[in-house]
Design a protein around this ligand. Structure first.
Ligand code: PHE
Length: 482
């Protein structure tokens, strides 16, 4: 599972096209049947999308985006305060002081932004309607944050920037895959024309490398040369000593991020007795990679709970992209990482769908102002609420705030529910109580939430449990049902 999530961060754009198509789409899987369901009736149809500030989009026969996916556009989980994705984003941002943070870029982009500007060949499988959500032949839901690279380089506001955003890919839905997820893009570039006389570009970059915290305790494997003529070539516009310096800056920046994340994750991964796991050195490795928009390129893998996990893709930005963006004198690096992937490790969140949960039992577990803590799983099976109201026996008096009043204690009700329903009762609470003005008798109403951790309870089963509870209340506590 873990490796597949990681692959999400880069699979749509990784590898030579021939390999990629084999890896990504099993031969037995036919071209998507979903497409026709959501096609608009003709080239003149248009759709309005919530969150698009009233903008409408023309659809055509390329349209394959279902309403459920369009409805994710307005969610922006990475910006919701105290959401685990937002906490993860902020933790990474804190390791890049001085960078600009762009967090509100709209997800509907042109095929030029998502593919052409980055040098994707016209036949690249990432462009296919089986992999990508189209609105029309020239408009897609971005498949990666790199869709904004060219525009951000063109704006040229800061040498370093981070972009966090929702991205969309057609894929299976399981515990580690969801068709909408979040990425963070980062980039840093230097301008040749701004190097002071008497210094070189490489020296300038190395001086910046020295400012990044180093982690000598980190066991980093980096066995390959920074560039390799066949496997990971130097671009013709670059000098080798410059690329060595750029690569060192990239790697040290990202190693610092990884150390911050895994230190927090490890601190959160305490055993039930409160002991921290053995303090083994964090192991990471740099692996050669391929992206159409960087060269040389690398992926970073981290050894976590017995497995090598791919956490990000990165490389030296193609000169052609910077030149086309009007900044031909700049050189630098870029990376892209999957935020869910990191957040799942950070908080031990077992299922990617949980990020979309609006259940307070999920959301209330995370706080940006508290230390990272492990997520405590709860049942995902449906809740079934049932109320029981009764008159307390005469003489039992009232039951205020759960206290003992004349022989009746709320904990008796609690215990009785546990006796009858066992672990199928998730929650019991007093929802109403009052005293009859004439008779002085007190009445209580309790609400029981029946929910299994393992399965969906049938109506019959919960009705029967609840009926048994009612009878037992009468039999054991002498209440009168209402
Ligand atoms: N956009 C790439 C992906 O989604 C990741 C990446 C970003 C790789 C920047 C290199 C540089 O897989």
């Amino acid at each position: 599972m873990a490796t597949r999530v990681a692959a999400r961060a880069s699979s749509a754009v990784r590898g030579p096209p021939s390999l990629l198509s084999l890896a990504r789409r099993p031969r037995w899987r036919s071209p998507s049947p979903v497409q026709s369901c959501y096609s608009s009736s003709g080239p003149t149809s248009s759709i309005a999308i919530e969150g698009a500030d009233g903008k409408t989009y023309k659809t055509d026969e390329w349209m394959n985006t279902p309403p459920s996916i369009l409805s994710a556009v307005s969610k922006r989980l990475h910006l919701q305060p105290d959401h685990p994705l937002a906490i993860t984003r902020q933790l990474i941002e804190s390791r890049f002081p001085g960078y600009a943070y762009h967090n509100a870029l709209f997800p509907i982009v042109t095929t030029h932004q998502n593919f052409d500007s980055l040098g994707f060949p016209p036949d690249h499988p990432g462009r296919s309607r089986t992999d990508t959500y189209y609105i029309n032949s020239k408009t897609v839901l971005r498949t990666h944050t790199s869709a904004h690279q060219a525009d951000t380089f063109r704006a040229n506001e800061t040498p370093g920037y981070l972009i966090s955003a929702d991205v969309y890919r057609r894929d299976a839905v399981d515990r580690s895959h969801y068709p909408v997820f979040h990425q963070m893009e980062g980039a840093m570039t230097w301008d040749r024309d701004s190097v002071p006389a008497g210094s070189t570009l490489a020296q300038q970059i190395w001086a910046d490398v020295a400012k990044i915290p180093a982690h000598p305790g980190l066991a980093a494997q980096d066995p390959n040369p920074t560039m390799h003529p066949d496997r990971n070539p130097l671009q013709p516009e670059h000098a080798a000593d410059e690329v060595e310096a750029v690569a060192a800056h990239l790697k040290r920046s990202l190693e610092d991020v990884v150390v911050a994340i895994f230190t927090a994750a490890r601190a959160a991964t305490t055993t039930p007795s409160g002991d921290a796991p053995p303090d083994e050195p964090l192991q990471i490795r740099w692996v050669e990679a391929y992206f159409p928009f960087t060269s040389p390129s690398w992926e970073l893998e981290v050894f976590w709970q017995g497995e090598w996990l791919e956490v990000l893709g990165s490389g030296v930005v193609r000169h052609s992209i910077l030149a086309a963006a009007g900044v031909p004198t700049r050189i630098g690096w870029a990376f892209g990482l999957g935020l869910e992937r990191i957040a799942m490790l950070l908080f031990s969140i077992p299922d990617i769908r949980l990020f979309w949960s609006e259940d307070q039992r999920f959301l209330s577990q995370f706080s940006a102002s508290k230390p990272i803590a492990r997520f405590a799983p709860f049942s995902k099976y449906p809740a079934c609420f049932k109320d029981v109201s009764f008159w307390l026996p005469v003489g039992a008096g009232g039951n205020s705030a759960g206290g003992l009043v004349a022989g009746f204690h709320e904990n008796d009700v609690m215990e009785l529910v546990r006796d009858v329903a066992g672990d199928l009762a998730e929650d019991v609470r007093l929802v109403d109580e009052f005293t009859h003005p004439k008779t002085g008798r007190r009445s209580c109403c309790y609400r029981i939430n029946y929910r299994s951790l393992e399965r969906t309870l049938t109506n019959e089963e919960t009705n029967e449990l609840h009926e048994r509870l009612r009878r037992t209340l009468v039999g054991r506590l002498g209440v009168e049902l209402r």
